[in-house]
Design a protein around this ligand. Sequence first.
Ligand SMILES: [Ca+2]
Ligand SMILES: [Ca+2]
Ligand SMILES: [Ca+2]
Ligand SMILES: [Ca+2]
Length: 401
Amino acid sequence: MVDNALVDGFRDVVINAAVQISGCGCGAPPSTAGNVSATLVVADNDGPSLSVTVNPATMAEGLANAGTLRVQRNTSTTEALAVTLFSTDVNELTLPSSVIIPIGASFLDVPITTVNDGTPDGSKQVFVQASAGGFSPGITWCIVTDVNQPDLIVTALSASSSPWAALTPFTWQATIANTGFANSVVGVPVRGVLSQNNIVDANDIVVFDYTINTPVSAGGSVQISGAAIAPNFPGAHKLLIQVNPGASVSELTYTNNTSTPLNVSIAPSYTAMAQVAGTSFLRGSTIPVTGTAQRPDASPAANESVEVYILTNGLRREVLATTNAAGQFTASFVPLANESGHYTVGASFPGMQQTTEQDAFDILGVRINNGQYPQFVVLIGDTLTGTLSVTNPSDAPLDQP
Ligand SMILES: [Ca+2]
Ligand SMILES: [Ca+2]
Ligand SMILES: [Ca+2]
Ligand SMILES: [Ca+2]
């Protein structure tokens, strides 16, 4: 859902997916949400609006104080505000039909009552809404269940500060909470991945697999931590951890098992420097490039791939080389037969798209008539007069003998 800073009011959006609600972290139960089409009402939060959150997202049946609905306003608190509350399924969840956010308060916490319906009906999703005249309503979902199962979620994630050097260890810490109604079994898996988005999927790089070696008691939490090796993928990533990634352990909801992403980055495990012997070359020459690669501790980066990049006029070309035991490399840049101009060169860990100039050279040559074959129409015995452009695209003067 996009927060577009416009006063839109209600809009209907047809979705075909499992719904995950950011406010409560809850979603459609797996048994009902597999692949359904539904109309999602997108409420506006620009202008006077109410927002609602339910805590916890999953509640047991038959409790007078099963959880709390927080009703929040985004307007001045100088007056009290009467709010109407609505539950889509009063056989599962009831709320007071109206409440008043008092003067001076921006929100009100309302107790939620869940209903024992006397039938083994599993987990039910209930939609709750708060509305008031002149305000966009607040909407959220929660789950009312009679299933005696755990519900594991990741409530905190941190890691040693990045950039991490590639191929070196980093440490991570997380809190796994159980918001369900039974203790979890021993041995629930936890997976850590590096992702480019906020979802654990097949494109991600798995950085660790961990096993929780204690039960997590209902209503309780455990701290877990470990060390893992930063993979050789320099750049920006999101660290995500997911508890019970394969749904191998039964729990109430599987859509709330992934952590909030933690932005991290990985630095290349070595850097490289390139140089070209000489400053000017004749057209058609192969240009020899040499250099060295080294680790962050200044030791040689032996037997590693190095990308040599050659830049001219916005064109970037790459030549791959491999370092020897002393971290040295050689590469050959073969220009096109007729090209000339000013070139800059550098070397890096492969794939970084670097453009930093480490050395420069010129390929000498002139460009006549802007690269077109000159054509002249002349009569026999006539004298032709005119001009022909001659350009020196290199930075080197062409007045040397
Ligand atoms: Ca029920
Ligand atoms: Ca029931
Ligand atoms: Ca869960
Ligand atoms: Ca991903």
